[in-house]
Design a protein around this ligand. Structure first.
Ligand SMILES: [Zn+2]
Ligand SMILES: [Zn+2]
Length: 128
């Protein structure tokens, strides 16, 4: 018997975790979703998400150089990315690379770094 998928399953077929923006309370599918939103520069200072990626101690496992056209790469397959949200999107959707999101791996460490950082946002938060 055919059971149509629930709407949220169509939007989130991989059952990625949902993250709520620390500043505007919008909800995003996967950590790549909230990073893409924050890179937009409306909730935190423009470019802060990119520079913050290089302040995490693990950056040698996913970062080239900040000024490169593609500052980020996948440690598993070597694919290059212009934004950190693109790298997270890649590993979320590539089963052979997704282990990098584990807490003990580089992108899991970066995710936790962002989360800990923005629980105490300091001067990055744009006040309206
Ligand atoms: Zn927001
Ligand atoms: Zn990869």
């Amino acid at each position: 018997m055919y059971h149509p998928a629930a709407p949220q399953d169509q939007n989130n077929p991989l059952h990625l975790p949902i993250y709520e923006c620390w500043f505007c309370a919008t909800q995003w599918i996967g950590f790549s979703g909230i990073l893409f939103h924050l890179e937009d520069g409306r909730c935190v200072k423009k470019d802060r998400i990119r520079t913050l990626a290089f302040e995490c101690p693990e950056y040698g496992f996913y970062g080239n150089r900040l000024r490169d056209a593609n500052p980020f790469f996948c440690f598993k397959c070597g694919a290059q990315f212009p934004q950190i949200s693109h790298l997270f999107h890649h590993v979320e959707h590539t089963p052979s690379c997704s282990y990098l999101l584990n807490n003990s791996e580089c992108l899991g460490a970066l995710r936790n770094f962002y989360i800990e950082y923005y629980e105490c946002p300091g001067s990055d938060f744009i006040h309206y």
